[in-house]
Design a protein. Sequence first.
Length: 154
Amino acid sequence: MKRLFYFFPVLVLIYYSLRLVSCTPAACFEETNAYLKASFYINSTKQKLAPDSVTLSGLGQTGKIYEKAAGLQPALFPLNSSSDRSTFVIRINGISDTIEFNHSGFPHLISKECGYSVYHTLDNHAFSQNNIDTILIINRNITTVNEENIRIFY
């Protein structure tokens, strides 16, 4: 009986140690937002060059995504996951343009800890040509991976 009395605190300590370790929730360390990633290129030289100033806002969204951001490369466009169309007003070096993206979205399981994200496939686009000369689609698949999707030539 005396032996049991001495081992009891050790058993209690082992029990709570194992319980503490086994009930620790896993954390999500992965990117969970899928953004359209746009790099900026100067049209005259076709070289990658960040604009002096970029202001970006989504039509129908409150607030600005970027406001007079300097040296922005790449710009991250948050596509609307509840619609197949996302429209943005972008002001590059003081001149405004409108860009409209048509896309389809689908849920993608990232992991058990992180849950789902909405990935998109870029179908087509339209834009005003005040300052933007061309928009090239490089990768139609918009995911959480850090890959260039479009190139904006201004």
